[in-house]
Design a protein around this ligand. Structure first.
Ligand SMILES: [Zn+2]
Length: 150
């Protein structure tokens, strides 16, 4: 084995010279940092099981459909039902049905479900919401909110 610096035949040392690993003789070893004799063994790092944290996850929420008032009215009219009749079937006053159809009143979910049954329509929809949990999360801008609406 020859020294990689001076070329002298000698017992060589593993030396780090300017971040390059070289096999050099004793004299040349002073140019660098002598590394331990032992063959370097790559440290076997135990894979730490990092708790899996999702930054982004999806959540399903149930929301009332857009234009639910109009949908209720249309479905009711299709069935040839009066507001009175619908009100009687779902246990609401005629005036309440009118308010619901005008979307002046958001009926409780229980009532919406009754209306769904009576009119055989779907008034709830599943909405996929992407919730982003980030420490650096920027506050949502109005533009972002509008984008999410679609
Ligand atoms: Zn040398």
């Amino acid at each position: 084995m020859k020294c990689e610096i001076c070329g002298k035949e000698a017992k060589l040392k593993r030396v780090m010279v300017e971040s390059v690993e070289m096999m050099v003789c004793h004299e040349c070893s002073k140019y660098g940092i002598v590394l331990p004799e032992k063959r370097r063994v790559k440290p076997v790092l135990k894979k730490k099981s990092i708790p899996y944290s999702k930054d982004v996850f999806e959540e399903m929420t149930v929301e009332i459909v857009p234009e639910w008032g109009r949908k209720i009215r249309e479905a009711r009219e299709k069935k040839g039902m009066s507001r009175e009749e619908l009100g009687a079937k779902v246990g609401e006053k005629t005036s309440t049905i009118a308010k619901i159809e005008n979307e002046d009143l958001r009926p409780p979910d229980k009532t919406v479900k009754k209306i769904e049954k009576v009119l055989e329509i779907k008034l709830f929809q599943k909405v996929e919401k992407e919730i982003v949990k980030h420490r650096e999360a920027k506050p949502l801008t109005l533009g972002d909110l509008l984008k999410n609406e679609k």
